[in-house]
Structure formats: structure tokens, C-alpha cells
Write a protein that binds this ligand. Structure first.
Ligand SMILES: Cc1cc2nc3c(=O)[nH]c(=O)nc-3n(C[C@H](O)[C@H](O)[C@H](O)COP(=O)(O)OP(=O)(O)OC[C@H]3O[C@@H](n4cnc5c(N)ncnc54)[C@H](O)[C@@H]3O)c2cc1C
Length: 585
């Protein structure tokens, strides 16, 4: 139990599942150091100049490719080694600065942002986070300078979300000097231009205790060219069409044993560690793209006249703009809070980075949809950039963990701690988990008491109502978590309707907390009057998120889950939507 508690104390979001509010992690809202801010400003200026001179998004999208030299030009600006330490040739940016650059890159061109992101957010991130000093010195200078491009090879034809089920094999050679890699990878961004591949494969690993052999994932750094690697033609895609996406075939490829990253059999941990870190690039990019779209929407609201009025004067259009503004403000607050948690280096940020990815990418999808609605017929035309923006934005909800899988991850990972605590209580008085009865009632009461004692003390008084909303919801949330665990025990792993509700609440709560912290810091710095607009944005976001949360609470017990399961399962049996007015009785 003590161990579980310790775990919760290292994560803002995991603590919510215990009913704990971690003010110490939440306040003050992060601020970019002046020196960093100056360097980032210079990088942003150089990106702006580069974009004006060399980026031709419409042409690249039409042709489904961009010139390879553009990647080299971006490299010359330092854009391929943002997070690599300066002594290894990079800019040494922390996540907060890295995210700010990606926020801008996504406004320049989505394909280029994905190319640069796949290179450093995931392509060489395993070497950066888990590599030995020798590996870092050998690889990172070339990768940071952009003389090498990297890719991340996890997905396979039979293994997408279920990354642990990969089939690519790595067998140790007879002389013990190489691993021999064989298998197929699919949809690998930068596959067609990669000089360095981070490849995940299964290896035979001996259990040190039992001596038994089992297959475990191992991560390898593969330098190109390598004999036996075949890269497939570029895939034709819906969006990010100018980025390179290729299948890669490995046939008896020899990788030196020195190229194992993070230890034999540790590859799953490495793969997930990379994604937890890398997802912030996507989240920040989504914020950048949405802010640009909002600006374009506002332009149209102010210019387009119908019924002798600017369309921005219509209530239904105002509602869209207000919703987009407050959602993007909340998403930006989430992104920079999460980067600061990563930069601290002493907390578990896995749930927060998953939440940031889900929240920001869903927000962008809504923004791009509403932008097209505001631009209407013009928005639908290829002549304008919005249909491309929509196609480009769609991938974000799919890669680096689909938003469904990430929601399940948030719910299940969050419940792990309280689940163990409850199991610990049950063990203590010899009750099985499912029949906790009196023990879990004790635990629920315990949560209520624990949280009722807690109030948010550091929020600005102007945000008293918002702070109170969080306090109230956290109590209810933790109680609901405990009730679910008590009722369903391990079966909760199979209950995705409930998981989705829990994840949505946890993600909204996290977004509320980040927004509260940010507006508080702003008020403290500039005063209430000067922050009138931020306060309004926060109030609107809180009210809408609060209504969603209340709906989720109220549908925990009384819902359509069984009805919807029946409809879906029956649909699988029917194989189609078979209804037709002509055959209606
Ligand atoms: C353009 C592009 C670039 C890519 N780049 C890379 C790359 O560089 N490197 C790389 O390794 N991969 C890459 N991918 C692969 C990408 O990460 C996968 O597409 C993604 O992980 C989902 O896998 P899948 O497409 O096989 O979907 P599946 O896993 O088959 O999922 C299908 C559907 O089922 C849902 N689903 C699956 N499991 C669950 C579950 N447990 N609970 C609830 N719902 C579930 C999913 O959410 C989804 O809606 C790329 C893909 C694309 C399209």
C-alpha cells in the first residue's frame, strides 16, 4: 500500500484517481526562462523566413511529395536537433521550448512538421532517452545536424495498437556479435529517407531467476545502408501527403550487439517511454494548427457579409468562435503544463502526455471542422487551405497511440493505484477483491474524507468558483473510481464504456487544473482587470467541461452500455445496416 501511495504522489493525474489534488505540481504555472525565450524567438523568426522562401504546401500536397533538400535546409536552421544536448550538436532545448517550436512548425506545413517530428520526437528519441553514452556520441551528432534522418519502426501489418504483438524477430548470431533481424514494418514515417532506424523486434530472453526462455521486445539502432533492408514505395495518403510513409522489409539484417538500446528484452519499455515523451510534439502541433485556423475563421467572420450583416454577428457563429477560443486556450495550458512536468525530471508524466495528446488532437479536429463550416462553400474548395488542413489534422487522432487506446490507458493506468490499495485493504482482512463490501465502503469514505479536507489554496480568488468545481469533481471522481473497482474488480479491464467515461473525466479535470493554474499565474502577474478575457475563457471552458463531467457521473450507473453493446454485436452479426424504407412493413 505504501508503495502505491508513493506512485500516486509522483503524478498529478494518477493522484486524481486517489482523490488527491497535487497543488505542489500544479502551481505556479510554468514560464519560459527569459534566455530560453530569446533563443526560441530567434528560431521562430528563422522558421518564418524559411517558410516564406521554401515552403510550398499546396504544390507538395498536390504532388504528394516535398523536395528532400527542404529537410536539409530545415536541418541547417537547427530544427533536427532541438532536444539534443549542445555538446552533442543540438540546441539543448527542454520540452517547453521544443513544444513551442513544434507549435510554430505545424502552422508552416503539416507534412514538414510530421517529418521533423518523426525524426526527433520518436525517430532517435530512444537513443536520446535510453542510449548509452557511447551510442549517444556515435549517433546523436549526425542526427542532430540532420546529416542523418531517423525513423521509428514499431508498427507491423498484424500489429498496430497492440505493439507487444510484433512479429519481427532478432536472433543472436552464432558468434554472439550480431542480431539477425527479419520481419516487416508498416507505415513508417521517414522510412524512404532514413539513415538511422530505431527498430523494435522480439528476441529470446532468459529469465535470470527461472532460467526459462521467453520472447521479449528489444530495441535496436540500425545504421543505413544495411544489407537486407528493402524500403517500399511511398504510400498515398489522405493527408500529410508530402511526408514519407513507407513499408520496410528486413531480411536477415545484421545489427551489431552494441546497437541494442536500453537493454535486451527492455524494448517495450523503451517504445512506450519514447511515445510518452514524443506525444508532446503532436499535442503542441495541434495547438499551433488550431490557433492559425481560429485566426483565419475570425478573418472570415469580420469580412463575409450575409443578410446585410457580417457573419461574425450571428449568434451561432459567435458560439463557434467562443468555443474554439476557450478550448484552444485550455489545450495550450495543458501542453505547457505537461512539458514542464516532463522537464522537472522527477515525476511520472505518462498519463499527462496521453491526456495532452488526446485533448489537443480532438480540439484541433473540432476547430478544423468548425473553420470549414465558417468558411462554408469556400472552405470546401481546394483553392483554400482548409480542406487540406482537415486532411492533415486527421492523422493526429490515429498515430502515436490512437485516442481510444490512450483513453483506455489513462483509465486503466489511473485505476491501478487505487486498485492495489483496495486489494491491499482486502488482503489485510482476508477478503477477495470482488467481495470487498465493508472494506471498500471504508475506502470510499476514506477518499471523501481525504479530499474534503483538501481545498485548492493557490488559485486566485477571482477563480474561486472554478477551484471549487475541481474540488467537488475530484471527490466524486475518486469515489466513482473506487465504486467501479469494488464492483467489478479485474473485470474493469474489459469494461471500455466505463473506461471511456473515466478517461474523459480525468482528461477534462486535468485540462481544468492546467487552465486554473495558468490564469492564476496571469492574474498574479498582470492583475484581474487585465486578465478579464482569460478569466472569461476559463469560465466558459470550466462550465462546458463541468457539464460533460456531470453527464459522465450521472451515466456511470444508468446508461445505455448494454443497449449499445447489443446494437453493435447484432450489427456484427448482420454485417451491414440492413434497413430500407422500401422494405419497411
Ligand atoms: C501516416 C501514418 C504514419 C505513421 N507513422 C508511423 C511510424 O513512423 N512508426 C510506426 O511505428 N507506426 C507509424 N504509423 C502507424 C500508427 O502508429 C498506427 O496506425 C496506429 O498505432 C494504429 O494502429 P492500426 O492502424 O493498426 O489500428 P488498429 O490497432 O488496428 O486499430 C483499429 C481501430 O481499433 C481501435 N482499437 C484497437 N485496439 C483497441 C483497444 N484495445 N481498445 C479500444 N479500441 C481499440 C483503434 O483505436 C482503431 O480505432 C503511422 C500510421 C500512419 C497512418
Amino acid at each position: 500500500m505504501a508503495q502505491t501511495k508513493d506512485m500516486s504522489q509522483n503524478s498529478l493525474m494518477k493522484s486524481l484517481f486517489f482523490g488527491e489534488l497535487r497543488e505542489d505540481l500544479l502551481f505556479p504555472y510554468p514560464k519560459m526562462a527569459k534566455e530560453t525565450s530569446e533563443t526560441v524567438s530567434m528560431v521562430l523568426d528563422s522558421i518564418d523566413k524559411f517558410a516564406k522562401e521554401h515552403v510550398h504546401s499546396e504544390k507538395w500536397d498536390d504532388e504528394g511529395k516535398m523536395p528532400r533538400e527542404v529537410v536539409s535546409m530545415a536541418a541547417e536552421l537547427g530544427l533536427m536537433g532541438l532536444g539534443v544536448p549542445e555538446e552533442l550538436g543540438g540546441l539543448g532545448f527542454k520540452q517547453i521550448a521544443y513544444a513551442r517550436v513544434f507549435q510554430m512548425l505545424s502552422t508552416v506545413d503539416a507534412s514538414l512538421a510530421v517529418t521533423l517530428g518523426a525524426h526527433q520526437s520518436i525517430g532517435y528519441k530512444a537513443a536520446l532517452l535510453f542510449g548509452s553514452d557511447e551510442q549517444k556520441k556515435r549517433w546523436l551528432p549526425k542526427l542532430a545536424s540532420g546529416s542523418w534522418v531517423a525513423c521509428y519502426c514499431l508498427t507491423e501489418p498484424g500489429s498496430g495498437s497492440d505493439a507487444a504483438s510484433i512479429k519481427t524477430k532478432a536472433t543472436l548470431s552464432a558468434d554472439g556479435k550480431h542480431y539477425i533481424l527479419t520481419g516487416n514494418k508498416l507505415w513508417i514515417t521517414n522510412g524512404g529517407i532514413a539513415d538511422f532506424m530505431t527498430v523494435f523486434a522480439k528476441t529470446e530472453v532468459k529469465d535470470p531467476k527461472t532460467g526459462e526462455m521467453s520472447e521479449k521486445v528489444t530495441c535496436f539502432g540500425l545504421e543505413m545502408p544495411s544489407q537486407g533492408v528493402t524500403v517500399g514505395p511511398p504510400e498515398h495518403k489522405l493527408g500529410i501527403r508530402a511526408s514519407w510513409t513507407n513499408a520496410i522489409h528486413f531480411d536477415q539484417v545484421r545489427v551489431p550487439v552494441e546497437n541494442v538500446i536500453g537493454g535486451v528484452g527492455q524494448g517495450f519499455k523503451v517504445a512506450m517511454g519514447v511515445l510518452n515523451h514524443g506525444r508532446m510534439g503532436l499535442a503542441a502541433g495541434s495547438v499551433g494548427a488550431s490557433k492559425k485556423l481560429i485566426a483565419d475563421s475570425i478573418t472570415h467572420c469580420n469580412e463575409r457579409v450575409q443578410f446585410k450583416k457580417k457573419i461574425g454577428e450571428f449568434g451561432m457563429v459567435k458560439e463557434k468562435i467562443a468555443r474554439m477560443m476557450s478550448n484552444s486556450y485550455a489545450a495550450e495550458s495543458v501542453v505547457y503544463m505537461t512539458t514542464s512536468l516532463i522537464d522537472r525530471g522527477d515525476v511520472d508524466y505518462s498519463l499527462e502526455s496521453a491526456a495532452a495528446k488526446v485533448f489537443a488532437t480532438e480540439m484541433l479536429w473540432e476547430v478544423v471542422d468548425e473553420t470549414i463550416q465558417i468558411w462554408a462553400g469556400l472552405g470546401y474548395m481546394k483553392e483554400y487551405p482548409f480542406e487540406r488542413a482537415m486532411r492533415d489534422a486527421r492523422i493526429n487522432r490515429i498515430f502515436e497511440g490512437t485516442n481510444e487506446v490512450l483513453r483506455a490507458f489513462v483509465a486503466l493506468s489511473g485505476m491501478q493505484g487505487p486498485g492495489q490499495e483496495l486489494a491491499g485493504l482486502a488482503d489485510a482482512i482476508k477478503h477477495p477483491l470482488k467481495g470487498l463490501g465493508i472494506v471498500s465502503e471504508f475506502a470510499v469514505r476514506n477518499v471523501r474524507q481525504r479530499v474534503f479536507g483538501q481545498t485548492i489554496t493557490q488559485a486566485h480568488p477571482a477563480l474561486k468558483k472554478q477551484a471549487a468545481m475541481i474540488e467537488e469533481f475530484v471527490v466524486e471522481f475518486a469515489a466513482q473510481v473506487q465504486v467501479l473497482i469494488r464492483r467489478h474488480g479485474r473485470e474493469i479491464h474489459l469494461m471500455q464504456f466505463a473506461q471511456k467515461r473515466l478517461a474523459e473525466i480525468a482528461i477534462d479535470l486535468y485540462a481544468m487544473m492546467c487552465t486554473l493554474s495558468r490564469v492564476t499565474s496571469q492574474i498574479q502577474a498582470r492583475g484581474v482587470e487585465a486578465c478579464e478575457y482569460e478569466i472569461a475563457l476559463a469560465a466558459n471552458f470550466f462550465n462546458r467541461a463541468g457539464r460533460r463531467i456531470k453527464t459522465h457521473f450521472s451515466t456511470m450507473d444508468r446508461n445505455d452500455d448494454e443497449l449499445m453493446k447489443y446494437i453493435a454485436e447484432k450489427a456484427y452479426e448482420l454485417g451491414k445496416a440492413p434497413f430500407d424504407i422500401m422494405s419497411d412493413a
